[in-house]
Design a protein around this ligand. Sequence first.
Ligand SMILES: Cc1cc2nc3c(=O)[nH]c(=O)nc-3n(C[C@H](O)[C@H](O)[C@H](O)COP(=O)(O)OP(=O)(O)OC[C@H]3O[C@@H](n4cnc5c(N)ncnc54)[C@H](O)[C@@H]3O)c2cc1C
Length: 410
Amino acid sequence: MRIVRTQVGIVGAGPAGLLLGHLLHLNGIDSVIVENRRREYVIDRVRAGVLEQGTVDLLQAMGVGAGLRRAGLRHDGLYLSFQGQRHRINLAELTGGKAITVYGQNEVVRDLIDARQQTQRPIYFEAGQVSVAALASSAPTVRFQHDGEECEVRCDFIAGCDGFHGICRPSVPDGVLTNYERVYPFGWLGILAEAAPSLDELVYTYHERGFALFSMRSPTLTRLYLQVPPDEPIERWSDDAIWQEMMTRMSTRDGWKPNVGHIVQKSVTPMRSFVAAPMRYERLFLAGDAAHIVPPTGAKGLNLAASDVVVLARGLRAFYDDGDTSFLDSYSDVCLRRVWKAQRFSWWMTSTLHRFPDETAFDHQRQIADLDYLTGSRAAMTSLAEQYVGLPVEVALEDVGLTRHLHSGA
Ligand SMILES: Cc1cc2nc3c(=O)[nH]c(=O)nc-3n(C[C@H](O)[C@H](O)[C@H](O)COP(=O)(O)OP(=O)(O)OC[C@H]3O[C@@H](n4cnc5c(N)ncnc54)[C@H](O)[C@@H]3O)c2cc1C
């Protein structure tokens, strides 16, 4: 068996694991990243695309923001659309200049993998039979198979960054974690189309036939979503049927509609809210989707993964610099305060903008009134805006050895 020693064993090379690995590197802390998929698979996965202001600032400060500066699309506002009319919410004006940036998760992951490989610190792709053990000891381990060889990472701490379906959370003994969950009675049919975005900001649409979202990934790629039943077979939707439904739901009275193009990817994603608490068991720390899931309506998943690992990096830094465990001890509480606010926001955006199978005519009118109020009240718009661009993280960039980059805002 090959034995590899390190300080922090990281399971999963998604945004959480890669960001943590690089933050630790910048603080002189060694880590080993173990990922069960191929490098190309991890990069090509089409997922999130909306980065909060704080996530943009973090990537810049970490020195991995070159791609983001080159190709990130800064959005100062977004639209809410209902009853055939679009209403703009000016995020920047309502939040003292903050914005969101559209930059595909696959690009974020590609940039971070490149940065990792430049550090020469280990990252194992295509690891088989990954398991964690001795979590309650001072020397926990990550075991896996790689290139036909049994490997064991011996470390001080393990970061479970292996997503919702990973092995770290299920490795915590029964009775330690409390799971909080809400499953929604719908999913999102998402497409990526080779079409120039017909507008340079996102449009969230509440329509009689269900929710729809207009988004983009680049000046040539449009990303669109439709509310569908949670178990909807994607085969039931021809490309023509998808475009027809997109047009029906999204077109506004002023003649705006998405541009049509060749669909290069389509899938249906069920929607759930989930939190496992606490986010720590002894020497195992859960971060990102391994600990919590949000419905994508609020665009918070990737951003929460980023804020979790900043809090974790601060704790590990204090431990290795000063032997101070207090920040590791408060890791879960600090993260969960922000996680629950993002959960509440994501649930609220989802509830406000989707049609529910059991809703009454009263509910429907109330939703219209909600949207009417939201788009007519500066106070209500400010509340949406400050949550959409991202609530503050309790840990400052300086606390993890970073300084704010001059190019903040991409
Ligand atoms: C369709 C869709 C749209 C989304 N849109 C948005 C959005 O607009 N904005 C936003 O902020 N978020 C969005 N999200 C959520 C966002 O993609 C996730 O929250 C984010 O990927 C979480 O990062 P993570 O690193 O915690 O987990 P993941 O990205 O899931 O990474 C976990 C990694 O661990 C690996 N892994 C799993 N099991 C093992 C194992 N046993 N051993 C080793 N490795 C393992 C996985 O292969 C993966 O690489 C979206 C998600 C989906 C599915």
